[in-house]
Design a binder for this molecule. Structure first.
Ligand code: CU
Length: 264
């Protein structure tokens, strides 16, 4: 029996493992088998990686089908560890972007906003504050720290996107020095040339759902409200008392907080 493997053609490339992406959640729930295949089926993937290779009937951008609950609870400006599993390492660069809109409202333009690109938290000026993260040939499961934008709140959820551009077919030129890693950007993999178009190489996207409670973010029905009420109920209070106390704590300075404190 002969097994032939062609780089870029085999089913296996990489996925966002932590925070748990929608496609990885589907794998963990035994609803999907190709969590590492979000590369647009060889074309340009949509914001969450569709169509997945070999599974073009699945649409992980559709939250009504693939939202599996919130996988992270963030705070504004938090440093977040992101873990990627690579089943085939194509080299190239990765970036993380956060659309601070609820899961029904995400668009490509939202992820592309410069302020929605997360920046790395790393020792030394070479890496700290940069957007891009470059693969080493030995990488298989890798973790990197990124900082959420200051002031981000998304009480009803927001979507974190992983974006990987593989350099197996060609490489991209360096971005601005403020965003890119000197000495690692603009480097060929396997002698490949520079991309005349990003569509000449393989790209991946994955989406993970999280939420961020900010000041006065406890909107009725939001994930933040639920979190506050759960914490309150665990402290042994009645549900009505929890509801009002949570609002008072979240909205300390605002009109809602004053109103809720009166109720409490
Ligand atoms: Cu691949």
């Amino acid at each position: 029996m002969a097994l032939l493997f062609f780089t870029g053609a085999v089913f296996g490339h990489g996925y966002l493992k932590e925070p748990v992406s929608r496609n990885y959640a589907a794998r963990l729930n035994n609803k999907f088998w190709c969590e590492h295949c979000g590369q647009g089926n060889g074309g340009v993937p949509d914001v969450c990686g569709n169509p997945f290779q070999g599974s073009t009937d699945k649409n992980f951008t559709d939250p009504s089908l693939w939202f599996d609950g919130f996988k992270a609870n963030w705070t504004s400006g938090q440093a977040v560890d992101v873990t990627i599993y690579l089943s085939t390492n194509h080299g190239g660069r990765m970036a993380m972007r956060l659309c601070p809109l609820d899961r029904f409202s995400i668009t490509p333009a939202c992820f592309e906003q410069p302020q929605n690109h997360l920046r790395r938290v790393a020792p030394g000026t070479k890496y700290d504050g940069k957007i891009y993260w470059y693969l080493k040939p030995s990488d298989s499961q890798i973790t990197q720290t990124f900082r959420l934008p200051a002031g981000v709140t998304c009480a009803s959820g927001c979507v974190l996107q992983w974006w990987w551009v593989g350099y197996q077919n060609c490489y991209l030129p360096c971005a601005s020095p403020a965003d890119d890693v000197e000495g690692e950007c603009g480097v060929s993999v396997n002698g490949s040339g520079q991309c005349d178009s990003i569509t000449r190489t393989e790209q991946f996207n994955n989406c993970a759902d999280g939420y961020a409670c900010g000041e006065c973010a406890g909107r009725a029905g939001s994930a933040c409200e639920a979190e506050q009420c759960v914490a309150c109920l665990r402290a042994g209070r009645d549900a009505y008392g929890c509801y009002t106390a949570s609002y008072a704590a979240l909205c300390n300075g605002g009109p809602a907080g004053r109103r809720m404190r009166r109720l409490a």
